[in-house]
Design a protein around this ligand. Sequence first.
Ligand code: ZN
Length: 306
Amino acid sequence: MTGGADGLLGTVTTVTPVTVAAPKRSQAGRGCNGTVPELPEVETVARGLADAVVGKTIASVDVTLPRVALAPAGETFAASLCGERVERVWRRAKYIVLDLVSGRRLIVHLRMTGRLIVQLPEITEKVPHTHVLLTFTDGTRVCFADVRTFGRMRVLAAGDPWDADGGLEPLSEGFTSEAFLSMLSGRRMAIKTFLLDQGRIAGVGNIYACEALWEAGIRPSRPAHRISKPALRRLHGAIRSVLQKAVEARGTSVDDYVDVEGLRGGFQNQLAVYGRLGKPCTRCGKPIVRTVIGQRGTWWCRGCQK
Ligand SMILES: [Zn+2]
């Protein structure tokens, strides 16, 4: 959650002019089936947005693609936000949540290629593919840009009992090794497929599932019920440590992901297996392989994942 690790990353207090290029596939991302923002990327965007807009009031809202901007029944998206002050910005699962002073919430889901870019008043350059533009009374702008237009912004009425997808937050205190073991009890599916179930664990996607399984030394296709308890405890620790390291590195940019300043994350330089087909395993030296599990590309090491 935003605010749970204040000071961990330092703060983004000034948003400097940056050139935001239209998203394009990077070399490292090729063959990765389109990487979507996961917990560390969404957390990084939420923290950057919090630094930029908490305490500020929305002056105007421009929507150029109405289907990505959803409002409570009987209202328009723009009218439902104008005059609202932002009290808090936080993350739940892969959603960015803006708590507004009236009790309403603005929920942002980046999906595949969505971006939230913050611009200071003096910047006049347009962010390509902006579908929604929020302008605050001090001139700060937040652009919601999305090449593939799967991302969504949704305003919830005050008291709307929204709760993402229901899975446990893997960096929360509630995600204990015992909770993890009991979730897995008797499950026969491939362990990697289980890790991607957002209804169980929130925010873990393809990148961090591959990385955590490598760190724990577990073969991704292994049926969950055939993994020993010590190995599952190792995996529980690996999930948390991989996510924590990725949050500290401000996320992984192998495809389109950038933070609110338009800057790439840094965790792609620390990946052990994801996207590293044919490269030597840093633990045992054998080449990393790619297989498909549950229709998702899966990178792992035959030498040290059993
Ligand atoms: Zn290895």
